[in-house]
Design a binder for this molecule. Structure first.
Ligand SMILES: N[C@@H](CCC(=O)N[C@@H](CS)C(=O)NCC(=O)O)C(=O)O
Length: 263
């Protein structure tokens, strides 16, 4: 039985926090959505779907997209906004649609709570330490998001790049230290949501690679530098191990490999 429905543009590494946790914990998720540009022609709703003629005629759902959809008219139902007050995707719902869960880290937490795998710590202390990494990952994601959007939209500038480069340095410094001297996982002795969110947030930075000409034109280099293996070897090794892990690879590997080929 489906335990969670998630609506999002696809592919979206933020959604993979949930799908990886679902593979590990044997949770059935229903994914709905389409390419980012196609979501303007979808009804954002528990019953998310390509717009019907009746949906298009309903002016009450019209909203102006903001983050990542700047200025684009989007169709968000009143029920969607009730369940998702910030109006963002990925947007998860309980199977009856009554409870909306937003923020990709919290959607992954929901999957961990629903599943059979111990991904959310052995006790309250470990769970809270996992939360600490999830919060740090959210800050990292928030601090790099304007840069990644500007890079895609070809409006990047040196200031936006500097903000992202500082965020990458701060985040990787912490991850590197957390894995010292030779830890296999970020929290405790087993894989947890902390590792999943780390791998997915870092994956977001891969979309810099095929766009490096845009940076070079401004005299800049990728915020996640090509030689981050040299500067942050534990973080780089951890990421390499995770992307090859059987629960991660089905989502991460085709995406990363495609961006690496394009670069
Ligand atoms: N921190 C959030 C980020 C979600 C987010 O910013 N989503 C953007 C797309 S990248 C969105 O849904 N924008 C819709 C809008 O602004 O109308 C998460 O991890 O889920």
């Amino acid at each position: 039985m489906t335990s969670l429905r998630i609506f999002s543009y696809q592919p979206n590494p933020r959604v993979w926090k949930a799908t990886i946790a679902a593979r590990l914990g044997e949770v059935e998720i229903e994914l709905r959505g389409a390419a980012p540009e196609a979501l303007a022609d979808w009804l954002w709703d528990f019953d998310a779907r390509p717009l019907t003629a009746a949906d298009r005629a309903d002016a009450s759902t019209l909203q102006t997209g903001r983050v990542g959809f700047g200025g684009t008219p989007l169709r968000k139902s009143a029920a969607f906004l009730d369940a998702h007050p910030f109006g963002t995707v990925p947007a998860a719902f309980s199977p009856d649609g009554a409870t909306g869960i937003f923020e990709s880290n919290s959607i992954a937490r929901a999957v961990a709570r629903l599943g059979t795998a111990t991904l959310y710590g052995a006790d309250a202390y470990e769970a809270s330490r996992i939360d600490s990494f999830l919060d740090a990952s959210l800050v990292f994601g928030r601090d790099t998001q304007p840069y990644l959007l500007a890079l895609r939209g070809d409006t990047v500038n040196a200031d936006i790049h500097a903000g992202a480069a500082a965020a990458v340095a701060t985040y990787l410094r912490g991850i590197e230290r957390a894995l010292a001297p030779a830890r296999d996982y970020l929290v405790g002795k087993t894989l947890s949501l902390a590792d999943i969110c780390f791998a997915c947030e870092l994956t977001m930075l891969w979309c810099e690679r095929p766009l490096r000409a845009r940076l070079a034109a401004l005299g800049l280099t990728p915020a996640l530098s090509d030689d981050f293996r040299r500067t942050h070897p534990r973080a780089a090794d951890h990421f390499e191990r995770l992307r090859a892990h059987p629960a991660f690879a089905p989502d991460l590997e085709p995406y990363l490999a495609r961006l690496e080929r394009k670069a």
